[in-house]
Write a protein of this length. Structure first.
Length: 117
């Protein structure tokens, strides 16, 4: 996964667990695409201090995901929902295959999603 996308997902799921200052700086990096130098100037600190803060945030957010696995669960459910959508489209278009096959597949997927939740 591209780093900026990964940072955005991690922040979306776990950002509230950071301090207000960490969130402010991390949002500048991830959402506003500001450079370390720009943030340092705005914060009245050094570029190295901003770099260290971002690294600590990355490490903390990754640790939360490693323990809680919320993003992994979200991605799995998203894939399953896409599969349900694909099956329902095929069901609408298919006039030859037994409709019960689709229903069994859909029930299996929905049971997996409910188990994940």
């Amino acid at each position: 996964m591209e780093k900026i996308v990964e940072q955005g997902l991690l922040y979306d799921f776990y950002g509230e667990l950071l301090t207000a200052h960490q969130r402010q700086v991390y949002e500048c990096i991830v959402y506003e695409n500001m450079s370390l130098s720009e943030i340092a100037e705005e914060q009245g600190t050094s570029r190295q201090a901003v770099h260290d803060l971002v690294k600590r945030c990355d490490k903390a957010l990754s640790a939360y995901e490693k323990k809680l696995k919320l993003i992994a669960r979200f991605m799995k459910i998203k894939e399953q929902i896409q599969e349900i959508d694909d099956l329902s489209r095929r069901y609408e278009q298919d006039e030859t295959e037994d409709k019960a096959v689709y229903c069994r597949k859909l029930r299996h997927l929905s049971a997996e999603i409910l188990e994940t939740l």
